[in-house]
Design a protein around this ligand. Structure first.
Ligand code: AP5
Ligand code: ZN
Length: 210
């Protein structure tokens, strides 16, 4: 299965992609996670990318396309994958086609700008394992402790600041939203109501991908 998650920042792409990946036994390929990992490791590319990310801007196409090309070449991606956060521009979508990758379905998670702002404002995540929570909507069982790995001390992402959230939403509407029409024309677009509870969103996705 070759799947892709499309949607605004905070739509729940990561939350849902992790579940689909675990259910289908395919890798979850998130460009945002890979860029944050490169930054943690302090690579030149990671530090360069961080400047764009913290400002709420997209990282240049060549950088992201290179990362994805390398990742898709790895053995575990042969049998399928779920892409999360890529492609995000027309140039990235075309680069994916040029790599010879044909997607089976593009899951377009539909969420309003108001909901995005509420979700990103309250997002907290585990610096040890990457698990994602929301202070009000999906809090961890014990305050400030990760359910998945027990790590204490959940953190906010550097780009979940009001000014950066606003920029990311603008960037989404200008550069990424046009991909909805692009993939609709290809005939593989599946729109999902992302404003339901997480379990209900998962059910809608399962219905669509069978
Ligand atoms: P990336 O990490 O991809 O961020 P994003 O697209 O802004 O998406 P998010 O991770 O913020 O949100 P999400 O949709 O995964 O939502 P989540 O599940 O966390 O990219 C970050 C940056 O990297 C970009 O700004 C850019 O600079 C760079 N980058 C990455 N890819 C790139 C590319 N291809 N090209 C160029 N640059 C690139 O959920 C959000 C919150 O809501 C959480 O708190 C969660 O618990 C909660 N939640 C989830 N689902 C629900 C629900 N159903 N109801 C209530 N709350 C929910
Ligand atoms: Zn954890």
């Amino acid at each position: 299965r070759r799947l892709m998650m499309l949607g605004p920042p905070g739509a729940g792409k990561g939350t849902q992609a992790k579940r689909v990946a675990a259910d289908l036994g395919i890798p979850h390929i998130s460009t945002g996670d890979m860029l944050r990992e490169a930054r943690r490791k302090g690579t030149t590319m990671g530090l360069e990318a961080a400047r764009f990310m913290d400002a709420g801007q997209l990282v240049p196409d060549e950088v992201v396309i290179g990362i994805v090309r390398d990742r898709l070449d790895e053995e575990d991606a042969r049998a399928g994958f779920i892409l999360d956060g890529f492609p995000r521009t027309r140039a990235q979508a075309e680069a994916l086609q040029e790599m010879g990758v044909t997607l089976d379905a593009v899951l377009n998670i539909v969420v309003s700008d108001e909901a995005v702002i509420g979700r990103l404002g309250g997002r907290i995540s585990c610096p040890a394992c990457g698990a994602v929570y929301h202070e009000a909507f999906t809090p961890p069982d014990a305050d400030d402790v990760c359910n998945a790995c027990g790590h204490q001390g959940l953190v906010k992402r550097d780009d979940d600041q009001p000014e950066a959230i606003k920029k990311r939403l603008e960037g989404y509407h200008a550069q990424t939203a046009p991909l909805i029409a692009f993939y609709d024309e290809v005939g593989i677009l599946e729109s999902i109501d992302g404003e339901q509870a997480p379990d209900a969103v998962n059910e809608s996705i399962c219905k669509v991908i069978g």
